[in-house]
Design a protein around this ligand. Structure first.
Ligand code: VAH
Length: 319
């Protein structure tokens, strides 16, 4: 059976829907630290699990005969800069708890998300390679870089089957993101539909690697269903789809909503974004486990505006 830790979060919730539809509700246990996504809580098996408490995770694993864990609980880049030690404790303790359960054979397989945040301002920014210099300048990025080393160590030393991808910024409409630097790319659609305007916390030309949620979920399922022999990288795979700037996403919205207005008021998150790559080379994922993305910026804008119009204005026609 599958356990998703952090099932109420932006990726965790959509992973929960997907895994429940793939494997059946009775084979998927969603968990989080609180009941803060009632749709997730009420649509299948749900448990309160504190990812930082080994006994809490182990109890849930044994109660439900879990063999696969998706660890989606973490503190992201922007919030992590406000609470550095909390970010370190949450992101690392939760990873050790799950890796140790795998080392001690309580579970068989682990998915753990890394991020393009592992790269820093000394990393080549264009088409960033799988293997390159990594000097992350955020606490979140440090936890992802160190987490990757531990995943590889547990695989090499204890033969733990842990698999990981470096997610770019992820865009979705069902569940709001929490405390990320790429969250502007989600907020902009909500504000476009609600107020036809958006004040962006990044500069107009801040290019970042991005991906639609459906592509991110596909990559997660693909790497976890691939044959173990095909997973040749046990730190974390570069994963890419598209890259764009706030200006470009605003232009794509204006094609549907000509009177949409964007203004720019960069804040502390600009420094974080400046330290990250503009685009990612994910050729190893495409070669080892046949990854390929599907959604372009136009596809994303169409889908986001359509879905959010239904949500906010009960309009069910494409804009
Ligand atoms: C963040 N959404 O902004 C996350 C992600 C690459 C960005 O790691 O922190």
């Amino acid at each position: 059976k599958i356990l998703i830790i952090g099932a109420c979060g932006q990726i965790g919730s959509e992973l929960t829907y997907k895994l429940r539809s793939l494997y059946g509700n009775e084979n998927v246990v969603a968990s989080d630290i609180s009941y803060n996504n009632l749709e997730i809580v009420n649509s299948g098996i749900f448990e309160i699990v504190d990812a930082q408490d080994y006994a809490s995770v182990k109890t849930c694993v044994e109660k439900h005969q879990i063999d696969t864990v998706y660890l989606m609980a973490a503190m992201l880049s922007a919030t992590g800069e406000k609470f550095p030690m909390k970010a370190w404790d949450l992101n690392m303790t939760s990873l050790f708890n799950v890796l140790n359960l795998a080392r001690d054979k309580f579970i068989k397989r682990v998915f753990w998300p890394s991020s393009i945040a592992v790269f820093g301002s000394t990393t080549p920014t264009d088409f960033t390679p799988q293997y390159t210099i990594m000097e992350p300048s955020t606490v979140y990025g440090i936890t992802k870089q160190v987490g990757e080393r531990w995943c590889e160590y547990y695989h090499n030393k204890y033969n733990v089957d842990v698999r990981s991808v470096r997610y770019p910024g992820i865009i979705s409409w069902k569940t709001q993101p929490g405390g990320g630097t790429t969250d502007y790319a989600v907020e902009i659609y909500h504000e476009a539909v609600k107020t036809k305007s958006y004040e962006c916390f990044l500069k107009a030309d801040t290019k970042l690697p991005m991906m639609y949620m459906d592509d991110a979920i596909k990559a997660t399922v693909d790497i976890m269903t691939a044959k173990a022999k095909d997973i040749k990288i046990r730190s974390s795979y570069n994963l890419a789809a598209i890259s764009f700037t706030p200006k470009e996403i605003a232009e794509s919205i204006k094609k549907h909503m000509p009177d949409f207005k964007i203004t720019y008021a960069p804040d502390y998150r600009q420094d974080i974004a400046n330290s990250w790559p503009k685009s990612i080379n994910d050729s190893y994922a495409r070669q080892d486990w046949k990854w390929k993305h599907a959604f372009s910026l136009e596809d994303i804008t169409e889908e986001m505006l359509f879905q959010l119009n239904k949500t906010y204005n009960n309009i069910s026609k494409p804009l």
